[in-house]
Design a protein around this ligand. Structure first.
Ligand code: ADP
Ligand code: ADP
Length: 231
């Protein structure tokens, strides 16, 4: 479903160029729970944001269900992000003057919310354990509860792909366990592909895909930088 082929991403930083990704190749099957792990600065977030078409690689191909994200126009990339991708951030990114249910409905606000969409938002909030907090505002919710609202928001449009950047980075470890338990249950009950950047390997199980990034490449690919095979 996702093929990343020889992707390079260079950032210009004053007179220096930083190669955040250096010819990375990998494959992620549909419905997988994939973890991107590796040292700080190794290119994990860069890879995640390339998958979400938040930014374009300098070189290479990213194929999602056969469509090359890099060849898309700006407008096509915007549609892809809006319709196909759910994002979950470390810092929740909820809107403080909206209720939990309205935060979940944010993806639909520009075009007006249908009764069916509202029902789906309520259902998702119930599944993440917030059925009794639908009208609470973010400041009335704990960090873990706010992240559960953000998870429901990421899933409400039934995306192909959910991308999460350190989703438990601001939570204590017990709350983090709860967030991963919810993410896993939602991933198992849908065909959504979930890609998570994390420092915390506790939640990785043997059936998950682990993309270990080191210095802009998959670990192990350094020895053979020309290898087209990824994992
Ligand atoms: P990680 O998520 O593994 O910590 P990143 O993907 O954030 O790594 O960053 C990889 C490298 O690219 C780092 O050296 C980082 O400083 C650099 N980098 C990331 N984003 C930018 C940017 N917008 N401009 C310049 N350098 C960047
Ligand atoms: P985190 O590790 O918390 O995910 P990142 O290192 O990925 O944080 O950086 C967060 C944001 O800052 C990203 O949008 C990234 O592109 C940008 N960034 C990272 N490193 C640099 C850098 N050296 N120069 C400019 N922007 C950067």
């Amino acid at each position: 479903m996702i093929d990343v082929v020889d992707v390079w991403k260079s950032y210009k930083s004053g007179t220096r160029t930083v190669d955040a990704l250096r010819g990375l190749t990998c494959h992620i099957e549909k419905g997988r729970f994939a973890f991107i792990v590796g040292p700080s600065g190794s290119g994990k977030s860069t890879l995640l944001y390339m998958l979400g078409a938040v930014d374009r690689p300098t070189r290479g191909e990213i194929l999602v269900e056969g469509r090359n994200l890099i060849a898309m126009s700006e407008a096509e990339q915007n549609d892809y992000r809006r319709e196909k991708v759910g994002f979950i951030f470390q810092s929740f990114n909820l809107i403080s003057n909206l209720s939990a249910v309205d935060n979940v409905l944010i993806p639909f606000l520009p075009r007006g919310v249908t009764a069916e969409q509202r029902a789906r938002a309520v259902d998702l909030l119930t599944r993440v354990g917030l059925g009794d907090r639908l009208d609470h505002h973010p400041y009335q919710l704990s960090g873990g509860e706010q992240q559960r609202v953000a998870i429901a928001r990421a899933l409400v449009k039934q995306p192909l792909l959910v991308l999460a950047d350190e989703p438990t980075g601001e939570l204590d470890s017990k709350t983090g366990d709860e967030i991963y338990r919810i993410l896993r249950a939602l991933q198992e009950s849908s065909d959504t592909t979930l890609v998570v950047v994390t420092h915390d390997r506790r939640f990785i199980t043997p059936r998950d895909l682990v993309l270990e990034i080191q210095d802009g490449l998959l670990a192990g690919d350094d020895a053979e930088p020309a290898s087209p095979h990824g994992l």
